[in-house]
Design a protein around this ligand. Structure first.
Ligand SMILES: [Zn+2]
Length: 498
């Protein structure tokens, strides 16, 4: 039997502390494709759409793809953007009466007038297709998962890696379970257990640390009969919502008792390790000093600016680390990036090779990571800001910074861009004439994803806390909606089991 499957990708990780709302133009600036136009360009990439395509091919589905919409984390999604994208999915559901649905979502989307974007999307979809058509969704490892999402989706599968290098495989996994459900072989449902924390102690990193064993146990547990997926979500603390934080999900059929206990044991472990932070966070002054002292011909020192990671919804324009590096006289360095569209525009009004003085960065909110700094430098390169990734996460995908300039200031090649985007691929330097392996110091704004493409070329990696919006000092953030007590806002709290 040929099944009709409705597919779509609609992903946003909403940092509610980011004052810039996410409207349709934010999706259009990154990924917003209606229907199946150019769908084949996603084939084989590390994306949910690629996984949908692969499942469709594997099971000979009649696939109806409604929309692909994805953009970098930022502030509240506008109602208009949410309705526009959601309606494309609903129209497809109305038009084609699918046998099943496969959606690639994130699981931390907060909309202007409601906290649970994914739950609302699923509710509107259920209102059309009814309670019996199976819905499978994929989530980011940093999903905030709500009870409503588990009620309305039968099948939920999250990424198992951070850096996220298994996005396509996750959609394939969900596609396999959906196929068996449509065929009437199984009848899955998903349970959820929650931990009263803003996030897992190490944001769920899976290269080292306690997540590696948890995931190993989860994979082994999936071998049980009637267990189809175990998902361990680190949570996303940038969303100030009621249902925030780490969760464990089990997609299963039959009696839930043992699965509930298994999920609770993982949550217990996440709670027990709540204070075990692996990263050492250096101040900007400490990081600059380490950079000055770094004399090693084996390869560059990499400084990851954790707190200004646009991939966590920070503005990407914090200047405190750049200012400290300039003050210390660091040379032969590259800095990616400062998101400052007005500075990029100023550079574009000049020519390559010219010198320019401008106020750079820090314009969105100087309270988080420093205000504008005045720099004078030489314009090395002007670009429309597009490059194509070739690393494990972005291979074959286009990255669009908007108007971009490489400005050399005192021996630091600063990538000035218009769109705040996390640096996770070497092409984000190489595409703009900067060979990171030729530099003594590589500075980039990222927490953990950078490791996938940059660890192989870095001699040493340090992590810097610059005080920007994704600060590790969560007490600086004006939380209002998260349930209290919650760790680490309430350090001495007692956890009551659910
Ligand atoms: Zn993530």
């Amino acid at each position: 039997m040929v099944f009709k499957v409705l597919t779509a990708e609609f992903k946003h990780e909403t940092n509610t502390f980011n004052k810039r709302k996410t409207d349709l133009s934010a999706f259009k600036a990154q990924t917003f494709v209606i229907g199946s136009d150019n769908l084949e360009t996603f084939a084989g990439t590390n994306t949910g759409v690629a996984g949908c395509l692969e499942s469709a091919q594997k099971f000979a589905w009649n696939m109806d793809h409604a929309v692909t919409a994805d953009t970098e984390p930022s502030g509240l999604v506008t109602s208009k953007a949410f309705d526009t994208i959601t309606n494309l999915i609903l129209e497809a559901a109305r038009a084609n009466a699918p046998d099943g649905v496969l959606l690639a979502l994130h699981g931390a989307m907060v909309v202007e007038n409601f906290e649970d974007g994914e739950g609302e999307l699923l509710q509107r979809l259920r209102d059309i297709i009814g309670p019996d058509i199976p819905i499978a969704i994929t989530l980011d490892l940093h999903a905030n998962v709500t009870a409503k999402m588990c009620e309305l989706a039968d099948i939920i599968v999250s990424y198992k890696t951070y850096p996220h290098i298994d996005i396509r495989e996750t959609a394939c996994h969900a596609g396999d379970i959906l196929q068996r459900t449509m065929a009437g072989e199984i009848s899955p449902t998903t349970l959820l257990v929650r931990c009263p924390m803003l996030r897992e102690a190490n944001d769920g990193r899976t290269d080292i640390g306690p997540m590696t064993d948890r995931l190993k146990n989860a994979r082994a547990y999936e071998e049980n009969n009637d267990v189809f997926a175990v998902s361990i979500n680190a949570g996303f603390e940038g969303s100030d919502i009621k249902e925030v934080g780490p969760t464990v999900l089990v997609t299963y059929q039959g009696d839930s008792t043992n699965h509930q206990l298994f999920a609770e044991a993982i949550i217990e472990d996440i709670w027990e390790h709540r204070g075990d932070v692996i990263n050492r966070y250096y101040t900007v002054e400490e990081a600059a000093k380490i950079a000055v002292d770094f004399l090693d011909d084996k390869g560059p020192l990499l400084i990851a600016e954790f707190a200004d990671n646009p991939g966590g919804g920070a503005y990407g324009d914090a200047t405190s680390l750049l200012a400290a590096l300039l003050k210390s006289g660091v040379t032969n360095a590259c800095f990616g990036s400062i998101a400052d569209p007005s500075a990029a525009m100023q550079c574009h009004q000049r020519s390559t090779g010219e010198s320019i003085t401008l106020d750079l960065g820090g314009k969105t909110d100087p309270n988080f990571g420093g205000g504008p700094i005045t720099v004078t430098g030489k314009i090395e390169l002007l670009s429309d800001g597009r490059c194509i990734g070739d690393g494990p996460m972005m291979n074959g995908q286009t990255i669009n910074f908007g108007k971009t300039c490489v400005l050399r200031v005192q021996g630091i090649d600063i990538l000035i861009v218009s769109e705040a985007i996390q640096i996770i691929d070497q092409q984000q330097f190489r595409g703009f004439g900067i060979d990171p392996t030729s530099k003594s110091i590589i500075v980039l704004k990222s927490m953990q994803h950078f490791r996938a493409a940059f660890k192989p070329i870095a001699n040493k990696i340090i992590v810097c806390e610059s005080g920007a919006l994704c600060t590790t000092d969560v007490k600086k953030l004006p939380y209002q909606n998260v349930p209290r007590p919650i760790y680490p806002l309430d350090l001495n709290m007692v956890r009551h089991k659910q």
